[in-house]
Design a protein around this ligand. Structure first.
Ligand SMILES: Cc1cc2nc3c(=O)[nH]c(=O)nc-3n(C[C@H](O)[C@H](O)[C@H](O)COP(=O)(O)OP(=O)(O)OC[C@H]3O[C@@H](n4cnc5c(N)ncnc54)[C@H](O)[C@@H]3O)c2cc1C
Length: 530
């Protein structure tokens, strides 16, 4: 491998890198994939142990994963150890960066909620009079979304709503992704009251995948490997992209072996970054490349996760719910700011999720011991609860930069993340909490709790932006084909390309963009343009 020159070197093996390998190898292009971590050891990692047998009783060794709220001792090995690969932030500006370096990346663990963006996101600046439009529209991405939805077996209910574009759905015969529905009496009443307020009620859209997995390792990489055109090297941490000084084009990458710490270089005609938004941007910043615009690292954004409103249905308390009263769930895609000139104290929008049939939490009652248990028993199964995902606007000041004073376990400078929420996020969350309370109260359910608080930036695990795409090289890092404006044979095919993220989970868009970019790259390579 050391002397071989590959056509395309792909950094990262998750959804975005997997799709790039899938498309390029099928077109006869020789690819090398470098991945920072090992392959998952399924036999070892899936061994079940009782919590009392774990050294830290389920809480994990302190200091390894302080920002990964999703981590516990049972799943600790799957995440990137923050002592090995730290990042820094001002304590007053918390940021949760949740990473996976196993082969397959986060595609091994994602929750599979699968949405398209709409032109309310692609062309947001036209509607809002602020920010930037994407250089592409839904029509441009539609054929790629359709193919990706077929591969991932996305299920959903078609609604015909412009802010919630329908997809190429497969029928859900009851597997993962079914997630109840709106047929219980409580959900029917909720639907009626929401509709009266102009809020459309649908159901969740999810990737069913195959055999319980919707990852690059089962849906994308096997076909690529079957072509004989893909080599994968695990435990290869790319530290810098190399440049041919004569042409100004990239010609490979320097990487370090995770175990031996040995430094190596590999040659390639094209480098495709798919290291998962912030790692791709870190690599570009550490390489000093693709930043003639000065916007590399900027416009980091994601979704606010939070707001929690809980009500109890009186007829369902004390275990008295009649059959069909409780249960199911409802999904409300964005319903705010869909019309130009809608007067609100926030721009953009949020989606709401409502579930029926849960119980109350101990923190809902100022009680303890036997009294608390009695209340919990009374409320068990009687609650309806709602929460949201809301769009954080992409702002220039929310950015990452290299912290030259801190390096990771392989001596590579780490990222400093500088992100803070603004009034828009807080006003949006207040609107959501009030809306849920208004509907729950109109349903004559008793309010149990209401909070408009939400988690810090990054918690959603949907970080996007920092190398956004756009036609103007002075304001954007990538062109509309995910090539860097500065260097045509250097591409970024992950979430770094996003201009706006919407309320939607990003993965379908990431994979569709990677497919589109890779097809275009293959054509350009065939024509000799790249
Ligand atoms: C628990 C969880 C739930 C989620 N739920 C959803 C959901 O419901 N819907 C949704 O749309 N999204 C969800 N996501 C987010 C989704 O997983 C990501 O958007 C998506 O997987 C990103 O894919 P990626 O290929 O861009 O990055 P990643 O999956 O992060 O892959 C990046 C790869 O790059 C490699 N890498 C990084 N740095 C280097 C380097 N220097 N050298 C070599 N290799 C490197 C890593 O090893 C990794 O394999 C969830 C994520 C998690 C963790």
């Amino acid at each position: 491998m050391a002397t071989k020159e590959y056509d395309v070197l792909i950094v990262g093996s998750g959804h975005s890198g997997g799709m790039a390998a899938n498309v390029l190898t099928k077109k006869g292009i020789n690819c090398l994939m470098l991945n920072a971590g090992p392959e998952a050891d399924y036999a070892h990692d899936r061994t079940a142990k009782a919590t009392h047998e774990l050294p830290f009783r389920g809480f994990d060794k302190p200091g390894r994963l302080p920002h990964v709220f999703q981590a516990n001792e049972a799943n600790a090995e799957q995440w990137v150890d923050e002592k090995e690969v730290p990042y820094t932030h001002d304590p007053a500006k918390p940021y949760n960066w949740v990473r996976v370096r196993l082969l397959g990346g986060r595609s091994l663990f994602w929750s599979r909620q699968s949405f398209r963006l709409s032109d309310f996101e692609f062309k947001a600046a036209d509607l809002e009079g602020t920010g930037e439009n994407w250089p592409i529209s839904l029509a441009d991405l539609d054929p790629y979304y359709s193919q990706v939805e077929a591969i991932f077996r996305v299920t959903g209910r078609k609604e015909g709503w412009p802010q919630f574009p329908d997809g190429n759905f497969v029928e859900n015969t009851g597997g993962f992704g079914g997630r109840g529905g709106t047929s219980s009496q409580t959900m029917k009443l909720f639907t009626e009251l929401a509709n009266q307020r102009g809020i459309g009620v649908s159901v969740m859209r999810s990737s069913l995948g195959v055999n319980g997995l919707a990852s690059s390792i089962n849906l994308l990489l096997p076909d690529a490997l079957d072509t004989g055109k893909l080599d994968i090297v695990s435990n290869a941490i790319v530290r810098e992209i190399s440049v041919d000084k004569k042409t100004g084009l990239v010609n490979g990458t320097h990487f370090v072996d995770r175990h031996s710490m040995r430094e190596m270089h590999v040659k390639a005609k094209v480098v495709v970054l798919a290291a998962g938004t912030l790692e791709s941007t870190r690599l570009l910043l550490n390489s000093g490349l693709a930043n003639s615009s000065g916007v590399l690292g900027h416009y980091l954004h994601d979704q606010i996760y939070g707001v929690n409103v809980v009500a109890s249905v009186p007829e369902a308390r004390d275990g008295k719910a009649a059959p069909g009263l409780m249960g199911g769930s409802a999904f409300m895609p964005r319903f705010r700011n869909l019309k130009k000139g809608e007067k609100r104290d926030f721009i953009k929008g949020y989606c709401m999720m409502v579930n029926s049939g849960g119980g109350a939490s101990p923190n809902h009652f100022p009680l303890y011991g036997e009294e608390l248990q009695k209340q919990l028993d009374r409320y068990a199964g009687s609650c309806v609860s709602g929460s949201i995902y809301g769009e954080r606007p992409a702002r220039f000041e929310n950015h990452v930069r290299i912290n030259k004073d801190v390096v990771d376990a392989w001596g590579i400078p780490v990222l400093h993340v500088d992100v803070k929420d603004g009034d828009n996020e807080h006003n949006m969350a207040k609107d959501a909490a009030n809306t849920l309370e208004e509907i729950f109260t109109a349903a004559k359910w008793d309010m149990v709790s209401k909070t408009d608080k939400f988690y810090p930036p990054g918690y959603s695990i949907h970080e996007v932006g920092t190398a956004r795409m756009g036609d103007d090289p002075k304001k954007n890092v990538l062109n509309k084909w995910n090539q860097t404006h500065d260097i045509k044979n250097l591409l970024v095919v992950d979430g770094a390309a996003f201009v706006t993220c919407g309320w939607q989970n990003p993965t379908m868009t990431i994979v569709a963009l990677s497919m589109r970019a890779s097809e275009h790259l293959a054509e350009e390579m065939k024509k000799g343009n790249v």
